[in-house]
Design a protein around this ligand. Sequence first.
Ligand SMILES: [Zn+2]
Length: 532
Amino acid sequence: MDGIDVVMDGQDFALPSAEAPPTEVPSTSNGFGESGASGTPKSESPGADDEGANDEEDFSAAGYPLALKRQGILPTGCCYDDRMKLHANADFGPSPHHPEDPARIEYIMRMLKRAGLVFSGSDADLIPILQKTPNKYMWRIPARRATREEITSVHHPHHFRWVEELSRKTTEELRILSKKLDQGRDSLYVGSLSYEAALISAGGAIETCKNVVSGRVKNAFAVIRPPGHHAEFDRAMGFCFFNNVPIAARVCQADYPDLCRKILILDWDVHHGNGIQNMFYDDPNVLYISIHVYEDGNFYPGKPENSMTPDGGMERCGSGKGLGRNVNIGWHSQGMGDGEYMAAFQKIVMPIAQEFSPDLVIISAGFDAAAGDSLGGCFVTPPCYAHMTHMLMSLAGGKVAVCLEGGYNLEAISKSALAVAQTLMGEPPPKMEIPPLSKEAARVLARAQSYQAPYWECMRPGVVDVLDMHAQKSKRLHDVVRESQRLVLSEKHGMIPIYVQRDGLFNSYENQVLVTRGIHKAKKLLLVIHDP
Ligand SMILES: [Zn+2]
């Protein structure tokens, strides 16, 4: 199935057809219209959505994106689909609420509509408006189900099957499974429609990125859930089933090998995106940069069960050919705000990103570092999100695709998402007072910089490469001083160093324990301890 797939993937744009009657166009599309903000998922079956596909194909035939492409002015895209609200907690007990709630994407879309960014009439009415003023509204990008092949480009087939089988479980089985999984590192609830929602979420990310790469929109925002960045190649965890952003990245690389070779994934969700990191850990063409709370490895997702699996520590820089293509900026604690995030961007993210020079930027945009999110405990404001977006728009010829990840305070995520969307559409970021950077955070940034210095020219000035120093067999200053003291003592008083028997002590005490000759015959010993 997946009739929608053929609608917008735009491989075969035709010139505008005079016959395409605008009246055939449905007035709302996958929740973009007024009905989408009402809070009730569409009543028809998922398959029924696909019936509109032919009508929408006429849209492509009406030539809207092509016409604008010729003018060189493209709109911002927005991907949304009500079916992603179908993933809901299977526990129908007295307090079934979960922070990863269907209302998250509904609130964001409602905010975008209220602010006048999303047109609620028909596509037929939207086309002429956008042809005159491309920045007036966002262009709708229909979501679709991701295919098994797309998902298994980053996930193990067993994992795909595990998620698929959720749709065949009874409510009782799902309840038991949720109870088991909704704790610790797993942190997951499952429902009978989780599979359906997860397919649409991944498909939405794919379509969003493809529209940006192929130049049908200048940039785009995917308002999707369930999120993806914690999902590992072989397991679901942290509210995530399929890892949307890596799937989209792999599909774009495969479908547009010339246009999209190098991809930057910037993850500003307050949690480390372990899944994304590990999927690309040895890949030189995908640079993953994450800014997250690390708390010495204690903040979620914490330490992996397998100690060989890298975590969000700053020393984790990638492996093999991907060495230097993994950048972790892990805050020592919660409580970080605009000062810290702007400094991270100015000192590390942007210099490295510019040196990498990506063909596409994907933002794993969790809004749980936003002020007001109790899970994140940080204080990033909407203007700061706007500035970060604006900086990233200077890369890759402006090809930026934003994919929603976490973020649980409904008001905070809506306002933050609005700031990002307005920036994508061309509004200058608001003027902002940047608070001073905290001392401890400055130390974190300096450490991140020193870990990255071996791999990036821009991280080198003023940074001492300790590994390199060891390789050159250079000496510590106090070793040099002590060696010269030994020389004086041996020349003036004939003292000689004695061998320290313990291996561990030997390195640091070599040449430091000196005795006069003939000590083995002495009856009395005078011990002088000298501590310079
Ligand atoms: Zn998060």
